[in-house]
Design a binder for this molecule. Sequence first.
Ligand code: URA
Length: 240
Amino acid sequence: MKLVRALQSQGFGSRKACTARVRAGEVAVNGTLCDDPEAEVDPAGLELTLDGVSWPYRAQAYVLMHKPVGYECSHHPSHHPSVFSLLPPLLLQRGVQCVGRLDQDTSGLLLFSDDGQFIHRMISPKKGVAKVYRARCAEEVTDAMLDALRSGVQLNDTPVPVAALACDRLDATTLQLTLAEGKYHQVKRMIGATGNRVIALHREAVGHFPLPADLPPGGWRWLEATDLNQLEQPWRSATS
Ligand code: URA
């Protein structure tokens, strides 16, 4: 692959802009300065350095974010800033999209990618990738409420009741809910159908991949091969 093409594919700008940066001596390939935009580079293990920052070559972008409350999962947000404003321009240039959406007032694990097939596998109800939420409720979490969520509650846009894969009380007003789908406002609507109300919602995990404890709200990082593997593991509850 030509160096200029490799740079473009990683989101460093147009062919013209990448050519100019290489010619200006701003780009190192595997630690060695290279001023020939047409130089052949091997994508395997390729490390590009620009402005003193190293960027390992990635054929596709897979990223996770600790979404803070107060951000919308949209390129054209209506009332709050966009989660995309928390990502570097390089990822936006690559065209990463949210993998499913979290509401403006929901925090937690949010994935992004430019791999359409990966996005489909993560959000398709047929694939059943579990999403684990922690919900704080306005009223006490009762046994009847837990039973209803486990056996299925009726939502207005589903022909049959929708059940949680797992549902556990964490304290008097907080529960952990695991869902196989990601319907619009699903957690809030399911809890609403039991007569209670969500006052704070946080996504703790997707599949068996938890939000890293050391990632602060608004922070992001790349997903590595082992992370992707963990994300795609079929769902098994802790008791099965
Ligand atoms: N369910 C909701 O109600 N809101 C979210 O943000 C995610 C799941």
